[in-house]
Design a protein around this ligand. Structure first.
Ligand code: APR
Length: 239
């Protein structure tokens, strides 16, 4: 049974990372063969890298956008969508992932703190619109016409999205779960401490131990497609 004492309508705050999409065929970043073992993040995931070579960066995200479009949500995404639909308390789903697999599994409210591959942003006027499959430096902003379009992705050194809103959720969470994340990138890696300090029951679902593992009261090891449906089934069995 899931450990921890919390009410049947507890507020659940869930953070996902690349590990939740790994079994959909989308690579993680820091595992063996991960994205950052193949690309220099300074070149493709920083504003400086984009300024230096926008074509290289658009090419990197065009390939990731195509991979994500070809991928399918897995049992972990579906289990979390089911939890959002059936849990009587508030369920807040925060993801570091830029794919849309949570949405395609039926999750309708997803907080993408690192942006989304499906979004385009104008660096000049901050207009946002659905990204085309392939973006290029010569694209112009549909609102202001400037050639300053970029993927709507939060790069290293930039401020993640909706942080104030997230702080409020961490302060009122009764359960905080982190699924498939290495806990190495802040501010997301610090969420567990904030939630634990406010008294939340903390749950980690991962394949392996990570630097933030000691902050979790409940740790569930296994591939997300097995461990997440199991956790969700145990939660819903409490109802
Ligand atoms: N099931 C569960 N967990 C898994 C699985 C799986 N099948 N496969 C991998 N994992 C776990 C790994 O053990 C690791 O803890 O997923 C985590 C992946 O870690 P990272 O590759 O660092 O991905 P993530 O934590 O999401 O990275 C955070 O870093 O580069 C930035 O913006 C990028 O959002 C990303 C952020």
């Amino acid at each position: 049974m899931t450990r921890g004492h919390f009410p049947r309508d507890a507020k659940l705050v869930i953070l996902t990372g690349a590990g939740v999409s790994a079994e959909s065929g989308l690579g993680t970043f820091r595992d063996k063969g991960g994205v950052w073992t193949k690309y220099d993040l300074a070149e493709v995931a920083t504003p400086e890298g984009f300024a230096r070579d926008p074509a290289l960066v658009h090419g990197f995200y065009n390939a990731r956008r195509a991979n994500a479009a070809d991928a399918a949500p897995n049992a972990a995404h579906h289990a979390l969508a089911k939890l959002q639909a059936q849990w009587p308390g508030e369920v807040v789903l925060i993801t570091q992932n830029v794919d849309d697999l949570h949405e395609r599994a039926g999750s309708d409210e997803v907080i993408h703190i690192h942006g989304t591959l499906t979004g385009a942003l104008c660096a000049a006027c901050e207009h946002r619109w659905p990204a085309p499959a392939q973006m290029a430096p010569t694209d112009t902003c549909p609102a202001c016409g400037a050639e300053t379009t970029r993927p709507d992705i939060v790069w290293f050194g930039e401020i993640p999205y909706r942080m104030e809103e997230i702080a409020g959720h961490l302060d009122t969470a009764e359960v905080f779960a982190a699924i498939g994340t290495s806990g190495q990138v802040y501010p997301a890696a610090g969420f567990v401490e904030e939630a634990a300090q406010m008294g939340a029951h903390t749950v980690e679902i991962n394949l392996s131990e990570e630097p933030t593992s000691p902050f979790f009261q409940e740790r569930r090891f296994g591939p997300a497609t097995a461990a997440v449906p199991e956790w969700v089934a145990e939660l819903l069995a409490r109802l």
